[in-house]
Each structure stands twice: as structure tokens, then as C-alpha cells.
Design a binder for this molecule. Structure first.
Ligand code: RTP
Ligand code: MG
Length: 140
């Protein structure tokens, strides 16, 4: 399997509870390397642009309001099959369905406030990394 990069976000529910280090340890323990990382505050408009694919979904307003409700940590994870590996470490969207030991099983508060985001495919990973990072900020 090829070395990949994926975009990860530690969401406001997790930064508020000071869980950045515990979540990063899960990524590193799974063999993912954090090759870029920054803590930022999104506006609701920026969150809407990032999650534009969900614009017609009933939870869109709730989602963008939540993503702008506090700081997020945006990061690029690198490793063998990083996109799938990251989603495995994250667990299912709804923490009630997430496998034991996954980030969402351990930390998520609800299906909306579920602690982390991860890109779902190579094309979206590329777009989402470019949304937050310039090439100069990516240090393999
Ligand atoms: P993400 O994009 O954040 O990595 O999560 P995902 O692929 O597991 O889930 P997705 O279907 O892409 O949904 C994006 C985010 O929207 C919120 N959501 N709320 N209230 C609801 O029913 C609901 N469904 C989804 C979650 O924050 C989810 O991660
Ligand atoms: Mg998604």
C-alpha cells in the first residue's frame, strides 16, 4: 500500500476538553505521522465552505455552528494507507456504533459532536489539505 496523506480535524468538543494530546497519541500509536498541525478558530462561513458537500443535509446549520463554536486543530497525517487507517482509528460517525478503543468510542459526545474529522478518499484528502495548508507548511 502506498504512503498517503489525509486531512484530520480535532473538533471543538475535543479541544474544549483538552483532548488534543490523547487523540494525537491514538494517531501516532496507529503508525500515522503528524506532518503538519495548527490550532485555528473557524468562522461559520469557513466551516460551511469546508463542509459544502453537506449543504443540503438537515444537520448542516448545526454542524457549521458547532465547528465555529471553539478552536479546532487541523492536521495532516501521513502513513501507509493513511486515509483508511485514520478512519479506522476514528471509529464510526455515531459514537454509539464506534468500535471499542476508537477515538469516537472513547471521546465523542454525540453523532454531531464527535471529536474528529477525517478525509474519506484520495481526491477529498487532496482538496481538504489544500483548504488549510500551503505546500511550505507540509514537512514530511
Ligand atoms: P467527518 O466528515 O466529520 O469525518 O465525519 P464522517 O465522514 O464520519 O461523517 P459525515 O457523514 O461526513 O458527516 C459529517 C459530520 O456531520 C455531523 N453529522 N451530524 N446530526 C446528525 O445526524 C449528523 N450526521 C452527521 C458529524 O459531525 C459528522 O462527523
Ligand atoms: Mg465525512
Amino acid at each position: 500500500m502506498a504512503t498517503e496523506r489525509t486531512l484530520s480535524i480535532i473538533k471543538p468538543d475535543a479541544t474544549k476538553r483538552n483532548l488534543t494530546g490523547k487523540i494525537n497519541a491514538k494517531f501516532e500509536d496507529a503508525g500515522l505521522r503528524i506532518v503538519a498541525q495548527k490550532r485555528i478558530q473557524l468562522t461559520q462561513d469557513q466551516a460551511g465552505k469546508f463542509y459544502a458537500v453537506h449543504a443540503e443535509r438537515p444537520f448542516f446549520g448545526e454542524l457549521t455552528e458547532f465547528m465555529a463554536s471553539g478552536p479546532v486543530v487541523v492536521q495532516v497525517l501521513e502513513g501507509e494507507g493513511a486515509i483508511a487507517k485514520n478512519r479506522e482509528v476514528m471509529g464510526a460517525t455515531n459514537p454509539a456504533d464506534a468500535a471499542p478503543g476508537t477515538i469516537r468510542a472513547e471521546f465523542a459526545e454525540s453523532v454531531g459532536e464527535n471529536s474528529v474529522h477525517g478525509s474519506d478518499a484520495p481526491d477529498t484528502a487532496k482538496e481538504e489539505i489544500a483548504f488549510f495548508f500551503s505546500g511550505l507548511e507540509l514537512v514530511g
